[in-house]
Design a binder for this molecule. Structure first.
Ligand code: MD3
Ligand code: FE
Length: 215
């Protein structure tokens, strides 16, 4: 069954946030077991870690990556790197179930031929947050970013083109997939501190996958 059948049957639905940003509510639910198994396999090879920002702060979100490139931050700055600095090895391959979901979601939002080469895995525990930022480390901003939310709920902040612009608050739940492209691609965004909660499959954690074309 593909995405379009799922929408027709009412198991998932779409919400357009603005030009270029589409929420596919519940779209990852049908493959949650496959996603969680693949996440465990990636994390076994490239463990989640709390990285340090260039300013010297420890991030409250634990991260790892898979695919050709991973996103890293340390005292020297932010970058995509083909090598995991913790292991000195390449990042784990992007699982097929990840790639297929990202490509299909992008297509449903009008972005044909999305070929992600990086998947960042963010893990939040209650209290963890991500302050407003832009995603600008990729080469081609015509390529969208696809995000997949799993586990306990979060409130996503979707701002404007300037940090001071007022941000919309969008609740994101287990199974929600969002495609951020076009005019939305460079907007400021963040995640409010997570409230304590437990999810039947993930416990007191939220895992967010973001698919990017870094190169
Ligand atoms: C809107 N992650 O990893 S995903 C990030 O929930 C990041 O972990 C958040 O922001 C998280 O960089 C949000 C949703 C998201 C991702 C990229 C975007 C929204 C975006 C890029 C442009 C606009
Ligand atoms: Fe981001």
């Amino acid at each position: 069954m593909d995405l379009f059948d799922e929408i027709e049957r009412g198991r998932t639905w779409r919400e357009e946030l603005c030009d270029g940003a589409v929420v596919l509510r519940g779209h990852a639910l049908a493959i949650e077991a496959g996603l969680l198994g693949a996440i465990d396999e990636v994390i076994a090879q490239a463990p989640l870690r709390h990285m340090t920002t260039p300013g010297g702060f420890r991030m409250s979100v634990a991260m790892t990556s898979c695919g050709r490139y991973g996103w890293v931050t340390d005292r020297s700055g932010y970058r995509y790197d083909a090598v995991d600095p913790d292991s000195g090895k390449r990042w784990p391959q992007m699982p097929g179930v990840f790639f297929k979901l990202a490509q299909e979601a992008a297509l449903a939002a009008g972005f044909a031929d999305f070929v992600p080469d990086a998947c960042l895995i963010n893990c939040y525990e209650p209290g963890a947050r991500m302050s407003l930022h832009q995603d600008k480390d990729e080469h081609d901003f015509r390529q969208p970013i696809v995000s997949v939310s799993l586990g306990i709920p979060a409130v996503f902040q979707f701002g404007g083109d300037r940090r001071e612009d007022k941000a919309m608050r969008i609740p994101l739940q287990h199974g929600d997939v969002v495609v951020w492209g076009g005019a939305a691609r460079l907007r400021y965004h963040g995640v409010l501190a997570l409230k304590p909660a437990t999810h039947p499959l993930l416990g007191a954690r939220r895992i967010n996958l973001t698919f990017r074309k870094a190169s």
